[in-house]
Write a protein that binds this ligand. Structure first.
Ligand code: 2RA
Length: 329
């Protein structure tokens, strides 16, 4: 199968190539695509160097699937052109996520919504993916009424320049400022840009995307997204109020039996999820599972995942695997 990776030279694009290789996706030809300035450069895949090509060249090579991680503007311009050429686009940007004609997919939850006609498929936001992997099984069992989530997001979610800013600040060197303030020794309640209602776009994604993925808009969700000087993954403190009563041991059993979720919850031995242990892994890790003793039918938990893997690249590759497995491509 011919696969195009659009944004192949970026942070997520590089992880996409790594995940495709690790999962031995049946690629007969890799078509790396990047911006004009990167055309002609090389990327390595399974020990072979491939030349980065332009968007149009990639379309002309007729890949079956194109996995995009190149920003919303590029996706809005080019995903339709790839789709018109009969190419399945799996897009990692926010461009198509809330478009009512496009599917927003976490394979473990709602891959079954995908059809042959879905030529542009949206990959959810990283902080959404790890959240819904925990919400979904609990919603099915106990019916969620309200969710309050606070995130602690890795600088890798912003990109290489943000990682460079953090590393430079750690070393006491000057660096191009991606964030409005120093990120080292700091926490910025400011992920993406502010909307008119004083929420950030990151918080709005977190408040809207889960309802579309779960196919359930009966619950309320509010979010505060914070950038922290971390590189291994996103962490989330989540408070979930249910319509129905729950048993704590049953909650832990349900989550431990959920594919793609690992329960790490033994506080007497200081066992709980952290970005340093989640980095490079594909599971969503959940711990600190306990009742909210301030009100009935309510649970607190702590969710951590590598935002570049399950939060982006791995989820996109899993969608591609589903298309292949179900012979939709
Ligand atoms: C972030 N989720 O972490 C956004 C985009 N990757 O900045």
């Amino acid at each position: 199968m011919k696969i195009a990776v659009v944004g192949a030279t970026g942070m997520v694009g590089q992880v996409m190539l790594k995940v495709l290789e690790e999962r031995n996706f049946p690629i007969t030809e890799l078509i790396p695509v990047a911006s004009e300035r990167s055309i002609g450069s090389k990327v390595k895949y399974k020990g072979t160097e491939y030349e980065v090509v332009s968007m149009q060249t990639a379309i002309d090579k007729k890949p079956e699937i194109a996995i995009f991680s190149a920003g919303g503007g590029t996706s809005l311009d080019w995903a339709p052109k790839f789709a018109e050429a009969g190419i399945f686009v799996i897009d990692n940007s926010s461009a198509w996520r809330m478009d009512p004609t496009k599917k927003l997919v976490v394979p473990e939850i709602n891959a079954d919504v995908l059809e042959k006609e879905d030529k542009i498929i949206a990959n959810p936001n990283c902080s959404t993916i790890q959240l819904v992997m925990v919400l979904h099984p609990l919603n099915k069992k106990y019916d969620i009424k309200r969710v309050v989530v606070s995130t602690y997001q890795s600088v890798t979610g912003t990109g290489k320049a943000a990682v460079d800013q953090l590393n430079a600040e750690i070393e006491g060197k000057d660096a191009d400022k991606v964030y409005p303030y120093q990120i080292f020794k700091n926490a910025l309640p400011h992920c993406d840009v502010f909307a008119d209602d004083d929420y950030t776009k990151e918080e709005i994604k977190l408040m809207k995307e889960p309802k579309k993925i779960l196919g359930d808009d009966s619950f309320n969700l509010t979010a505060t997204a914070v950038r922290v000087p971390v590189q291994g993954g996103h962490s989330e403190s989540v408070n979930i109020e249910f319509e129905n009563e729950f048993d704590l041991d049953e909650v832990k059993k349900i989550l431990s039996e959920t594919p793609g979720v690992t329960v790490l919850d033994d506080v007497k031995n200081n066992q709980y999820p952290m970005p340093l242990m989640a980095e490079g892994k594909d599971d969503v890790f959940v711990g600190r599972i306990r009742r909210d003793i301030s009100q009935p039918k309510t649970l607190n938990c702590w969710i951590v995942a590598d935002n570049l893997r399950k939060g982006a690249a791995t989820n996109a590759v899993q969608i591609a695997e589903y298309l292949l497995d179900k012979k939709l491509v």
